[in-house]
Design a protein around this ligand. Sequence first.
Ligand code: DGL
Length: 286
Amino acid sequence: MGGHPIPSDPRGRPIGVFDSGVGGLTVLHELLVRLPHEDFLYLGDTARFPYGERQPAEIERFSAEIAEELLRRRAKLLVVACNSATSAALPSLNRRMMQTTLGLDVLGVVRPEALRAVATTRSGRIGLLATPTTVASRAYEEAVLAIDPHVTLHAVPCPGLAAIIQAGEQFDERAVETVREACVPLHEADCDTVILGCTHYPLIQPMLQRMLGPRVTLVSSGAALARQVEHALSTRDLRNPRVGEGDYRFLCTGDAEAFHELGTRFLQMPLGPVEHVELAAVEVPA
Ligand code: DGL
């Protein structure tokens, strides 16, 4: 934290953003574009990536540890830029952060995407591509049904796809085959709107669009969430009043150099220095 004094005016504090690794940088990208005056502090839990096949209780604990770290660094708002963490941990994280002295608000990626997908579909048949943890949580079903009970969601778990995209080239043979298979049930269900329910999937958006066809609308986490963050800052009087560009900084639990190398591909913007961080263990009530 050296070199970054914490402003006493809450509006000058950074927005805390976290993910299981580098995937959430696709979400941060949208936040940087939509909210250029804000400072951001991003934490990637690269040492424990991936989250997408873990048990919800474990993800709840990891998320609580990360949130405490970002709170210690005086974040003014918390953004869960990870679909698996949002699906598994958002309610418990919200409860935990509301109990802090600052009453920190937590926003996740599921609801904004569900809202956008429901507003987009004409047929009422929405597809979802996501990790097994996200699909099993039924968080998207609940969000979609709460908005419009006449819409149906066809969820397709894609085990390993995030790791394949991260480890190799996003268009290598394994990735192409995995994506092609995932598209089959979406074709069969005749979905006109498909939610990209994982932070890594925007990297394969052109390939997905080609396989699903031009009439299908793809909805990804970043843009929908950025709009909601903007709204939340305004309604809480937390918008940074500065005129110029803010800064963005990175923390990760794994190797900082590897984060830097991978991160540029996901952020599609220059990445500054990355700090390695050890998270303190926390108790999460059962
Ligand atoms: N950020 C994670 C998600 O959106 C990437 C996948 C993972 O950690 O398994 O689900």
